[in-house]
Design a protein around this ligand. Structure first.
Ligand SMILES: [Fe+2]
Ligand SMILES: [Fe+2]
Length: 292
């Protein structure tokens, strides 16, 4: 089968940047690194914990089709996608080592070496479903990350939130690259004949589970960290988080994915990407010196 590039895709080639973040330098990271905000700190820790195994799974799902991709443009985009996700996983692992040291047991649960039993179990589950389903899950997850990335980079109130500056640098870089490659897995899925019914059906199911799953993850993380056992503070900060610029209305922004015929490039993030490219990697870009 020949896999061609989707004509609708406007995304340029994702560029692989070998980043090296310096967490805990020069000042050591504090335990509640999101300026003492317990639920927000744990939300970031849970996301950072699941990124490495999640992104490695995304890479495997796309690789299941890579032997059939003959279109040079899509081939290059897939190579960029794989490279970017690999560096994301690697840099989140660096942060996760710090988080484990700071006392986030949940991060340890998702931290395992290649070939470890937990990884083998995950791969066994992936291989129990048709590869088209595995790829559809990746396309769906990429919509989640792209929607969150759009919000993080496009909302000044989020950028103004106090917290560890190097963690914010990592999140901004990750968000930027998620927008750069947001349509790659989707285009591979569509070009290999992935059905709309499966794509939309999977999103409908996961949409309903988003709040319970994320909520449970954050709750479990707080429970496993005795220093975060401050129920009144947690309740107050949770209300603030749910009503704040990160969470409020986020689920509604996921909905366009369930429209038949939807393509990730229907949501225009070109200008935002250009602005952040200059901000992070321009001549005086904030993260130029983090490129290894
Ligand atoms: Fe990523
Ligand atoms: Fe991604």
């Amino acid at each position: 089968m020949t896999i061609g590039q989707d004509a609708k895709s406007l995304t340029p080639y994702p560029k692989v940047r070998r980043m090296r973040f310096r967490f805990g330098q020069p000042e050591p990271m504090t335990h509640l690194f999101a300026e003492g905000d317990i639920p927000l700190t744990h939300l970031i820790a849970v996301l950072s914990a699941v990124f490495p195994p999640g992104e490695e799974s995304f890479i495997r799902s796309v690789r299941k089709f890579s032997g059939e991709i003959t279109d040079p443009v899509l081939k290059k985009r897939v190579a960029g996608f794989i490279g970017q996700e690999a560096v994301h996983g690697q840099q989140h692992r660096v942060l996760n080592e710090q988080l484990i040291r700071l006392g986030f047991p949940i991060v340890r649960v998702f931290t395992f070496d290649p070939g470890a039993r937990r990884e083998r179990a995950l791969i066994a589950v992936e291989n129990m479903v048709p590869r088209q389903v595995h790829l559809a899950v990746t396309a769906l997850a990429e919509h989640y990350t792209a929607t969150l990335a759009h919000r993080v980079l496009g909302t000044p109130e989020i950028q103004a939130l106090p917290g560890d500056p190097e963690v914010l640098n990592l999140l901004n870089w990750h968000a930027f690259e998620e927008l750069e490659h947001k349509s790659v897995a989707f285009d591979v899925y569509r070009a290999t004949g992935g059905s709309e019914v499966l794509r939309i059906g999977l999103m409908a199911g996961s949409y309903a589970l988003t709040i319970p799953v994320v909520g449970l993850g954050v709750f479990a993380s707080i429970l496993s960290d005795p220093r975060s056992w401050r129920p009144i503070k947690v309740a107050r900060q949770t209300v603030k988080l749910v009503r704040g610029p990160i969470v409020k209305g986020l689920l509604l922004e996921m909905r366009p994915y369930m429209r038949p015929g939807f393509h990730p490039d229907d949501i225009d993030t070109g200008e935002l990407l250009e602005r952040w490219r200059a901000e992070l990697f321009g001549v005086r870009g904030e993260l130029v010196d983090r490129i290894g």
